[in-house]
Design a protein around this ligand. Structure first.
Ligand SMILES: Cc1ncc(COP(=O)(O)O)c(C=O)c1O
Length: 359
């Protein structure tokens, strides 16, 4: 229980390399810096690279915790569109060129390639090479955030971006989704120059990560059948994903669209025209169902017509009941819209929804 190297416990870093090898990454323990969850790695990377006003490219939508870190360092966040196959390379190329033409300083691309939070989509394999090429040509670092990579439902883990470009990609991993989020152990695997800066930044932030938490995870990885445990998680989440998609197919009103995740925790749902997920939330909570409004996943105010649904925690019956309640709320919202116009659902939340608990 002494201070440990700011890099992290050596035995743990060795095991982390084994975990990353499942995604095609050949890393040395020296490439790895243990962090307080991958959230701290996001914070440190941003602290190292971003001066106020520097551009960070992110998917549209993007992970809310990353957007928080980028905002804290006054980055200029620019969204790049996605479709069902993840980030669109042509759109990225176009954005990189137009920002360069405008004289903007772009520092890195932040991407969640697998089972995206919140969009639930996965970057198609043929796109991965193209995205690496675009970033390499523009001298852009890629920050690959991959908390859900081992939680795919259809076979082997997908090849990481870092597996094909270890010099151009900083990979962020975590044990939050495959062991326990409360132990707060994550990591960054980075090219040597970035790794050195990360170690210095980690040292100045926390001296070193908790030895106890690191030993806990190290012991788990050395002594327990963690691969089998991950398989159990995959099966559990697949059942929950199936329950959610089945319920959505069965009860959602026309005009709603949603993604069909092949892993991870999230479905991204688009509401019918004129509905606003944030304005609707108090009425959903009154019906005892909750979601995250889409606006939290954009830095520029988009997302009102979207919401993130999570199936990771409730059991299948609760998921089906939650979706049934949500469908009822959306139907009522459609009726309001048709009666009063779309503005009718935007203001006055609570006026037609008795119950002070939703104020
Ligand atoms: C995409 C993404 N990145 C990072 C994190 C943060 O994870 P950690 O618990 O390792 O800080 C999460 C947590 O939900 C996430 O979804």
């Amino acid at each position: 229980m002494q201070y440990c190297p700011a890099h992290g416990d050596p035995g743990l870093r060795e095991k982390i390399c084994e975990v990353m090898a499942l995604e095609g990454i050949h890393a040395h323990p020296d490439d790895v810096v243990v962090t307080v969850g991958s959230q701290q790695a996001l914070d440190l990377i941003t602290r190292i690279f971003i001066d106020p006003g520097d551009v960070v490219l992110v998917e549209a939508p993007s992970y809310v915790g990353a957007l928080g870190a980028f905002a804290a360092y006054q980055a200029n966040v620019v969204h790049v569109p996605m479709d069902d196959d993840g980030l669109i390379p042509e759109a990225l190329d176009e954005k990189v060129r137009s920002l360069a033409a405008a004289g903007q300083r772009v520092k890195f691309l932040y991407t969640v390639p697998n089972f995206h939070n919140p969009a639930g989509v996965t970057l198609a394999l043929p796109r991965r090479r193209r995205i690496l090429e675009i970033c390499a040509a523009a001298g852009l670092l890629v920050v690959e955030d991959n908390p859900y990579g081992l939680l795919g439902f259809d076979g082997e883990p997908l090849r990481a971006l870092r597996a094909d470009d270890p010099e151009g990609v900083v990979y962020l991993g975590t044990f939050s989704k495959t062991f326990a989020s409360g132990v707060r152990v994550g990591w960054a695997a980075a090219p040597p120059a970035v790794r050195d800066k990360l170690v210095l930044a980690a040292e100045s932030a926390v001296l070193c990560h908790s030895s106890l938490a690191q030993l806990l995870v190290r012991e788990y990885l050395y002594t327990q059948p963690w691969r089998d445990q991950v398989k159990i998680f995959r099966e559990l989440y697949q059942q929950r994903r199936d329950a959610m998609l089945g319920a959505l197919d069965a009860v959602m009103p026309g005009g709603c669209h949603w993604t069909r995740p092949a892993g991870g925790f999230y479905v991204w749902l688009q509401l019918p025209d004129g509905l606003d997920s944030k304005a609707m939330l108090p009425r959903a909570v009154s019906s005892r169902v909750a979601y995250v409004p889409g606006t939290g996943f954009y830095a520029d105010g988009q997302g009102a017509e979207h919401m993130r649904l999570s199936y990771c925690f409730p059991e299948p019956d609760r998921i089906r009941e939650g979706v049934r309640r949500l469908a009822g709320v959306i139907e009522a919202e459609i009726e309001l819209r048709d009666t009063f116009g779309s503005g009718g659902t935007h203001g006055n939340v609570g006026v037609d929804t008795p119950g002070p608990e939703v104020a």
